[in-house]
Each structure stands twice: as structure tokens, then as C-alpha cells.
Design a protein around this ligand. Structure first.
Ligand code: SF4
Length: 241
């Protein structure tokens, strides 16, 4: 790739970092931060990134800002806000759709049947540890009634918090689970059966699209299982695992 072709993505990433810093009250660029904008290791040290910052602390600030949220109607039927769980320093983040019944009761993402499938994919399929090697969250933090898809205004109300989570963690790879997560992150209607297994970019971070584990459980065919397995193999390659 020619250096000039990287410029729009680099500028966008720089802008996002500056907005991120502004959000968190920085008035100048902290010297100890580094930004990996595709530059060499030597030059990247001069710019900024939250990558060396206190990510658990910053994530906690995002959680506190979310508070006892009533920004959309999903607050009306929820038991618990499901913010996210896992390692804030992980290289890999999974983004799902929204909490289901079990998640709403327990306050953690992917703890029901689909969650067990996701854990199996991570631990048996990828050979990673779910709690140590990944962070998992959803595009909306409260359970949509009857497990319906979240609506556009609900996603719009909750999305700033997803963006902040991703800006704090800045993993090497994000995996979008299913159509709503893929469409939210890419800002367009994603035909997931066509586009799963393909690489995209979200704010300078590599983004893989794959099936939601609930879809996999519903259509538990060899073909679908192999598809997800192949997608995760691509993720492992990028992670160097
Ligand atoms: S879904 Fe998100 S925006 Fe809506 S009430 Fe819950 S936390 Fe707030």
C-alpha cells in the first residue's frame, strides 16, 4: 500500500484519539502515550494512544458515565445493565447484539446458551481463555423485550458507550457477532450470510464479521460450524496465535 493511501485512515484515527482524550478531560497530549498508526515502532512512540494507559480505570469511568441509564426505552424492562466483561487489556473483543434473559438476570454478557457456545468457540475452537484473552460486550446494554432485535434509536442511544469501550480497549481485532453488531459497527445494512468471514476496519482496528452463536445454535449445520471455525482461524492468524 502506498503511504498516501493510508492517510485518511490515519487522520481519522488521530481525530478519534484526540476526541477520546478530550472526553476524558485531557488538555494536552500525554507524553507517555503511544499511537500505532501503522508507523514504525520508533516513530509510533512519539504519538498518542490509550494503549499504555490504565484501561480498567478508563473503562470504569465509561461505566460510571453510563450510570443507571435511562437514555432509551430498553431501561424500562431491564433488571441489570450488561456493560461488558473480560480483560480490558485483551487483543480481542467480541461485540454481540444485546443481553438475553440470563444476561439480564446476571448482569454479564453471553452467559446463557449462546454464551456457552461462544465460550466453547473461544476456548475449544481458538485455544484462548475467555476471561484473560478477550473482552465481550454488546451494542445495547439492556435486554430488548422478548429478545427482539434492538431498534435503531435504541442502538443510537447506546452506541456512544460501545465506541468508548472500544476506544479504551483498542484491541488488535474486533469480532462482530451477527448482523446487528456488524451493521452497527460498519454503519450500513450488512448481509451477514454474504459478508461473514471478511475483514473490515473499525476506527483503524481490524474487524471480522461472523455468525452470532445464537444463529449457529439455531442452524447447527456442519457448513455453519465450519464457517465460524474458518473465521476464527483468520482472527488467530492476525493475532499471531
Ligand atoms: S440500552 Fe443503553 S442507552 Fe438504552 S437504557 Fe440501556 S444502557 Fe441506556
Amino acid at each position: 500500500m502506498k503511504p498516501s493511501s493510508k492517510r485518511p485512515a490515519l487522520l481519522r484515527e488521530l481525530k478519534n484519539y484526540l476526541l477520546f482524550l478530550k472526553d476524558y478531560g485531557y488538555t494536552e497530549i500525554p507524553q507517555q502515550m503511544e499511537l500505532n498508526l501503522g508507523a514504525s515502532k520508533e516513530t509510533s512512540k512519539r504519538v498518542l494512544s490509550p494503549s499504555t494507559q490504565n484501561k480498567p480505570g478508563l473503562l470504569q469511568e465509561v461505566r460510571e458515565e453510563l450510570g443507571d441509564c435511562t437514555r432509551c426505552r430498553l431501561s424500562e424492562g431491564r433488571n441489570k445493565i450488561v456493560f461488558g466483561s473480560g480483560n480490558p487489556n485483551a487483543d480481542l473483543v467480541f461485540v454481540g447484539e444485546g443481553p438475553g434473559k440470563d444476561e439480564d438476570e446476571q448482569g454479564f454478557p453471553f452467559v446463557g446458551r449462546a454464551g456457552k457456545k461462544l465460550t466453547e468457540i473461544i476456548e475449544k475452537g481458538m485455544g484462548l481463555n475467555r476471561e484473560q484473552d478477550t473482552y465481550i460486550c454488546n451494542i445495547v446494554k439492556c435486554r430488548p423485550p422478548g429478545n427482539r432485535d434492538p431498534e435503531a434509536d435504541e442502538i443510537a442511544a447506546c452506541k456512544p458507550f460501545l465506541l468508548k469501550q472500544l476506544q479504551v480497549i483498542r484491541p488488535k481485532v474486533i469480532v462482530a457477532l451477527g448482523k446487528p453488531a456488524s451493521s452497527t459497527l460498519l454503519g450500513r445494512n450488512v448481509p451477514i450470510t454474504k459478508e461473514r468471514g471478511t475483514w473490515h476496519e473499525f476506527e483503524g482496528i481490524k474487524l471480522m464479521l461472523t455468525f452470532h452463536p445464537a444463529y449457529l445454535l439455531r442452524f447447527y449445520t456442519l457448513e455453519n460450524r465450519k464457517a465460524v471455525h474458518d473465521d476464527m482461524k483468520k482472527v488467530l492468524e492476525v493475532l499471531g496465535k
